[in-house]
Every structure is written in C-alpha cells, then in structure tokens.
Design a binder for this molecule. Structure first.
Ligand code: UDP
Ligand code: MN
Length: 358
C-alpha cells in the first residue's frame, strides 16, 4: 500500500508535470499576441471602411452633379459642395472638432453692447458663430445702469460659456442722438470693465487669448483658428474698414513679421488697424496691468492706445496666411426705419412688439 503511493508520487515528480507552468505561459502569450493582431486587424478594417465610405460619398455626389447637369428639366445644375466633398475625410475630421473643447487656449471675446432695435439680431449672429469655436468664453458688457432682461435671458439660452457685466458709459461721454458717431469713443467703459474682470478673475495658469469683438461686426469661425496661435500680440486683415475693402498689415509670409500697413485713413496712427484686427495673449494682459482704453484721445486711436502699452510694431505676429485672408468684416448694421410703429400704435393702441421680444 505504502509502496504504491510512493511510486505514484515518484511518477508525478519524474513525469512531464513540471512542464505545466510553461504550457500555461505559452498559451497565455499566444492568446495575447493573437488578441493584439486582432485589434490591429480590426482598426485597419475600420480605416479601410471609412475610406470606402468617403469614396462612395464622393462618387455619389459626383453622380448627383452629373445627373443634374444631364437632366433636361433642370435649367441650372444642382450645385453640390464638391470642393468640400473632394476633401470629405478632412472635412469630416474638421466638422467633428467644431465647438468641442480641446487643450488649446481659451478665447476670451469682449463684446460691449447697448439697447437698440437691432441688439438681439446682432447678438444672435455673433453667438451662433461663437458656438462653433472651441474653448470660447464670451464676456458681454452692457452699456447700462442695470443688466437688461433681454441680454440676461439671451445669454442664459445661448449655450455659450459667458460672463455678463454691466458698465454704463459716463453721461458726458455718451453719444447724443444727433452726434456723428466719430464724435465720442464707444465701448471704452465696457472694454475696460472686461479687462478689470479678467485681471481680477484669471491668473497666469490660464492659457488664453483676449479679443475685442464688437457686436456689429461679422466673424468667420476661421478667425478663431488663427487667434489660438497668438503668442504675444497677433494681427490680421479686417474687411470693410478705414474706407477700404480691406485694411491690413503687410506681413512676411514665411516669418509672419509685420513690415508695414496699407491704411490710408490716419496712417500716422502708431498701429493703423481696427479693433477687430488684433488679439492679445492673456499672459500679456496680466503682465501689462496698466493697459486700458482711454477717453481723451483722438478718434481712431483706441487700438493704438492699448497696443502701444503691450507691444511694439516689430513684435507683431502676422496671421491669416501672412495677412492675406479676411476672416472678419467691420460691418455696421443700419438703423431700421420704424416710422410705421407710430401709425400702428395709433391704430391698434399698442406697439407691434407688445408681448414679443424682438
Ligand atoms: N457701444 C456701446 N455703447 C454705445 C455705442 C456703442 O456699448 O453707446 C458698443 C457697440 O455695441 C460695439 C462697440 O461699442 O460693440 C463699438 O461701437 P460701434 O460698433 O458703434 O463702433 P464703430 O464700429 O463705429 O467703431
Ligand atoms: Mn462697429
């Protein structure tokens, strides 16, 4: 009996049992390697499938275009966005990025605004561009004694990250109804209030770029892709300003260095560019604590007032493909003619917008 057990123990010791751990290691490694190969194979398949999809989309768009041209009943061919579809995969990549936050700098856009019939329309146009911009923080400063319900509700529903401030322009600087617009500076009190807010609430640890975005201009989302590149102070062309189709810095394409400006209106300005034509890195705004806008300076010199406190001409960084692209326009919204409102009020006893926010 004892002998039998001894011999079976011997069998175990002398048999192949000691190889078992090696089998196990070999098996698990094989599974691991196979798994790895499978994952790579799957991702490769995914890439191929995506490329095929892009190719199919491209082909079908081209087919639609060809069909529409061939179709006798259609006088004008249907225009499908072929330039975009030709870059379909790039475009998909780009559209996936729209409005999503990333690890780039935050754009702090400072917008003075005041009550008038077109205000909500202006803010709507702006907000819907800004929604397309990643890492966007809107600082809206109302030129009013109190924050208005219109702007308060508008911002709350905008879907944007924002800060809402009010800072009324002192009465003696306020434009009268009959004053020419160039008589008094506009937006000074509000932009300064925003600069104070930034200096009181943000610190050097924040990666940001500060931009003065008036509420009546027109902004392309591509402007903000340039702005994120600003290291100290960046500049670019502005359309429809200074009496020109485009007022712009003249830049060296390769280095981005600014060698001059094309301005005709007051070319003696230290920085002959519009408020919409530059942005300043947050670090610079925090460093140069004394940089503010001022009231008692010549009209058209507000930009120079702040820029001369934060930079020199030869330090400017020319953006937008060597200052050759226009991504912002100094549009000015016409005051609407609302004379029929008086007739309406007489006839109906109330304004057309009673109970409706316009
Ligand atoms: N603005 C303001 N209060 C005013 C007039 C203008 O807050 O009484 C704002 C306006 O909404 C804009 C900025 O200041 O965001 C610059 O004004 P405007 O567009 O009239 O200046 P311009 O285009 O003539 O330089
Ligand atoms: Mn304007």
């Amino acid at each position: 009996m004892q002998n039998k057990q001894q011999s079976s123990n011997m069998m175990y010791k002398n048999g192949r049992g000691w190889l078992r751990p090696f089998y196990f290691i070999f098996l698990s490694r094989t599974i691991l390697v196979l798994g790895f190969i499978f994952v790579i194979w799957q991702s490769w398949n995914n890439i191929k499938a995506q490329e095929e999809l892009c190719q199919m989309t491209r082909e079908s768009l081209e087919a639609i275009k060809a069909a529409s041209i061939a179709c006798k009943n259609v006088k004008e061919p249907v225009h499908v966005p072929l330039p975009t579809s030709a870059r379909m995969c790039d475009a998909i990549g780009e559209y996936n990025e729209i409005g999503k936050s990333n690890d780039g700098p935050t754009i702090f856009a400072i917008t003075p605004t005041f009550t008038r019939p077109v205000q909500k329309a202006e803010l709507t146009r702006l907000s819907q561009t800004f929604l397309l911009v990643p890492n966007f923080h809107w600082i809206v400063i109302e030129d009013s004694e109190e924050k208005t319900p219109l702007v308060t509700n508008f911002l709350a529903e905008s879907g944007l990250t924002y800060t809402h401030i009010n800072a009324p322009t002192p009465t003696h600087y306020k434009l009268g109804k009959s004053d020419q617009v160039w008589k008094k500076p506009r937006g000074v009190e509000q932009r300064n209030a925003a600069l104070r807010w930034i200096r009181n609430n943000l610190n050097e640890s924040r990666n940001g770029v500060v931009y003065f975005a008036d509420d009546d201009n027109t902004y392309s989302r591509h402007l903000f892709r340039e702005m994120v590149k600003v290291k100290r102070v960046g500049v670019w062309p502005v359309g429809l300003v200074g009496g020109l189709m485009v007022e712009k810095p003249i830049c060296d394409e390769a280095t981005g260095k600014v060698t001059g400006f094309n301005a005709i209106w007051k070319p003696e300005r230290p920085f002959p560019i519009d408020m919409a034509g530059f942005a300043i890195n947050l670090q610079v705004i925090l460093e140069k604590k004394e940089a503010y806008f001022a009231y008692d300076i010549q009209s058209g010199f507000q930009e120079s007032e702040i820029l001369k406190k934060v930079t020199f001409r030869d330090e400017l960084e020319g953006l937008a493909s060597g200052c050759t692209k226009v991504y912002v326009w100094h549009t000015r919204t016409q005051n609407p003619v609302l004379n029929t409102e008086n007739i309406y009020k007489k006839k109906r006893g109330k304004a057309s917008n009673t109970g409706i926010e316009v």
